[in-house]
Design a protein around this ligand. Structure first.
Ligand SMILES: [Zn+2]
Ligand SMILES: [Zn+2]
Length: 119
């Protein structure tokens, strides 16, 4: 039986963030305050929640590399990637409906920040 696959995407991202916390810790030392604040903003802003819902996030439990195109997806935070994917984000390709891109937690947050309405 499949359990909880369609959870709230914000909660999924939060869970991903927690799952990656160990890995993120290192990176967080460099960008800590900013990242945490950004994530809080992300998770609490209704506009951002709406945006995240369009992401179609799924959690990644197997070992996968991050598929983020950092210099395009979040040009302000190119160095944050830790390459350990914790979620996938469904991106529309316009052809087959979409492709699931694996993202590490820092990249997921950075993308969310980069796409925040009225940033
Ligand atoms: Zn990235
Ligand atoms: Zn990444």
């Amino acid at each position: 039986m499949v359990s909880g696959g369609e959870d709230n995407p914000v909660r999924a991202l939060a869970a991903a963030w927690e799952a990656a916390a160990g890995v993120v810790a290192e990176w967080a030392e460099q960008t800590a305050a900013v990242a945490r604040e950004s994530f809080h903003k992300l998770a609490s802003d209704p506009a951002v929640r709406a945006a995240l819902e369009s992401w179609r996030i799924a959690l990644v439990w197997t070992r996968q590399d991050c598929g983020c195109l950092c210099d395009r997806a979040h040009p302000d935070d190119v160095g944050v990637c830790d390459n350990h994917a914790v979620i996938t984000r469904r991106l529309a390709t316009g052809l087959d409906g979409g492709v699931d891109v694996p993202l590490c937690a820092p990249c997921a947050v950075a993308q969310g920040v980069a796409e925040m309405p009225g940033n």
